[in-house]
Design a protein around this ligand. Structure first.
Ligand SMILES: [Zn+2]
Length: 582
């Protein structure tokens, strides 16, 4: 039987081209070698296990190679390369500053720097975890770094760049290593599995990559661990059992229970999770991520943010169709509140159970006022939810609601850019006449259903209210926030909200920062408004005040004139209430 070599070592890349997930860095290094523009000191920063030391070794090997290939890689055959491959090269000196951080350790190293290499052109000094050096050691090293002999090249590596003193930073060429992308890792793990003759499920590799959180070394050692346990068949099941990962399946079962408003099932599933030895806090955070994943599936532009294997992705797509965006947002809000309160709670289990009960109650409130988007879930391949008949009469609210949602809450960057760079485009989108991402079936279908919905408008049981009543409730809510959230209070009271048709409240705000703060507050605000005004159809739309955003309004009169221009009702209100502006 051959000796077992850990995969991280066995499959350690030995050329720039085989380094995983650091293309930008390897090609810059290759260019520097090609053009003979090598710095004398490098600082490699980045999280653990992403290839810093590997790149340092490849760099050392390549610049000492006698026959660098056309592709700027080491030849692997010359005297220097052979000694590197056998770990017998005298040209490379490695110091792990985590365990050797004294002045003496550095002095030993610095003493060697004077000697030119016997074979090859350069001596390379790699100092790993350089931030661990004591300050005395740093100082002893600084002088050498300031005037290094021509043949010496220093490669400093650190996971904590902020701990490196500026005098060192300023003398190094700095390279920032990224976490390795999940897809890159999955590909590489697949390659290793294939080379080892191991049959691996794609979802299994995905889970490993996800758990490794950007560190290839960790991914490979998990891979080894599971292979030694599961043998030549690497299944998703073996991985979650071995790495003690809560199966996706639990989360899907919880969200199914939420859809059915089935509190007992949710509590039983949670109990099962605890019985299996999982921690409640991890679970609630996992549930938050799960709901977030469902949310990103609601829009094609955010779909790329879902990092999962194909089978699991399909599952997400399917279940996401059954949730409304608003319910998901509220549920995420509940999990994040639970996360915050968890540590300080005396009864942590109850905290989680309470959150589950709240989440399961969300769909109940949806039945009364916010129906499932029946018209929106018939895209090909989707599974439609059976709707109870009474939901039909209130379908009309969904037009307005959905329109508002996709306008304000599209989380894609492209939308943000448009909003900031081009005010006119933004205005159009706000009024719902232009859709940025017409590719989504969901959005195009909204328009088709718009007309027929307005016909059924009058059959809805929703209490009417006047703008004055709305403003009074609004101000009550604002007053409640005054002490705890002064910035929200300011946003809510600076401009007077206007009542548009279909119970749509429009608020002018000054800039995109306020827009973001209000988006967070919105769920609670709407809940309050709907309850107080006995109308579940109320929606809120924020309009960024382009003029204010560019030209600041200072006096009260300026502000009033501006608002009145935007919304003539304000003038009316002023007359009715006989208000004065000072
Ligand atoms: Zn060579």
């Amino acid at each position: 039987m051959s000796e077992f070599v850990v995969s991280a070592r066995k499959y350690r890349p030995s050329t720039f081209n085989t380094v995983v997930g650091q293309k930008a860095i390897t090609s810059t290094l290759k260019n520097a070698i090609k053009n003979s523009h090598l710095a004398q000191a490098f600082l490699f920063c980045g999280p653990r296990g992403v290839g810093k030391t590997t790149c340092a070794r490849i760099l050392a090997k390549t610049i000492n190679c006698f026959n660098i290939t056309e592709n700027t890689e080491a030849c692997d055959q010359c005297e220097s390369c052979v000694s590197f491959n056998e770990n017998a090269s005298f040209n490379i000196h490695e110091l792990d500053a985590a365990s050797n951080n004294s002045v003496d350790d550095i002095r030993n190293l610095v003493d060697q720097v004077r000697f030119a290499p016997q074979v090859g052109r350069y001596s390379i000094y790699i100092i790993d975890e350089v931030h661990m050096l004591s300050s005395a050691a740093f100082n002893a090293f600084l002088k050498t770094l300031e005037e290094p002999p021509k043949h010496a090249i220093f490669i400093l590596a650190t996971t904590e760049r902020h701990k490196i003193i500026p005098t060192i930073l300023s003398r190094c060429q700095i390279y920032d290593f990224k976490r390795i992308q999940i897809t890159d890792m999955v590909d590489y793990l697949g390659f290793v599995a294939k080379s080892e003759g191991i049959e691996a499920e794609h979802d299994a590799l995905h889970i490993i990559a996800q758990k490794a959180d950007g560190a290839m070394r960790d991914a490979l050692s998990m891979f080894d661990q599971i292979v030694s346990f599961a043998g030549n068949k690497l299944t998703y099941k073996a991985v979650i059992e071995n790495l003690n990962i809560l199966d996706y399946d639990y989360y899907f079962r919880i969200s199914s229970a939420a859809l059915e408003s089935d509190i007992p099932s949710a509590l039983v599933i949670f109990n099962e999770i605890l019985d299996n030895g999982f921690d409640g806090h991890n679970f609630i955070n996992g549930l938050g991520s799960h709901l977030r994943n469902l949310l990103v599936c609601k829009d094609i532009s955010t779909l790329q943010l879902l990092e999962a294997g194909q089978n699991i992705k399909d599952k997400y797509m399917e279940q996401a169709q059954r949730f409304s965006q608003e319910i998901l947002l509220r549920a995420i809000n509940i999990t994040s509140r639970c996360d915050i309160n968890y540590k300080t709670s005396k009864n942590q289990r109850l905290q989680v159970e309470l959150a589950l009960m709240q989440i399961c109650s969300l769909t109940g409130s949806q039945q009364q006022g916010e129906p499932e988007k029946k018209n929106l879930i018939n895209s090909p391949g989707s599974v439609s939810t059976p709707l109870k008949p009474e939901k039909k009469e209130i379908v009309a609210t969904e037009t307005v609601e959905k329109k508002v949602e996709f306008v304000i809450e599209t989380p894609s960057d492209s939308y943000k850019e448009v909003k900031e760079s081009s005010p006119t485009v933004y205005k159009k989108i706000i009024s719902g006449t232009t859709s940025i991402n017409a590719a989504t079936t969901v959005k195009s279908e909204i328009k088709e259903t718009e007309n027929e919905n307005s016909i059924t408008d009058k059959t809805i049981e929703q209490k009417n209210f006047t703008e004055e009543e709305m403003i009074a409730v609004w101000n009550n809510y604002a007053a409640l926030q005054k002490n705890t959230k002064p910035s929200i209070y300011a946003i809510l009271t600076r401009n007077i909200p206007a009542l548009k048709e279909n119970f749509l409240i429009e608020l002018n705000i000054d800039n995109s920062m306020e827009d973001a703060s209000l988006n967070i507050e919105k769920i609670e605000l709407l809940e309050y408004m709907r309850k107080q005004l006995l109308n579940n159809g109320i929606q809120l739309i924020q309009k960024i005040n382009i003029a204010v955003d560019t030209k600041k309004l200072y006096t009260q009169r300026e502000k009033f004139m501006h608002m009145a221009e935007k919304n003539p009702n304000i003038n009316k209100l002023k007359q009715q209430l006989d208000l004065e502006i000072d």
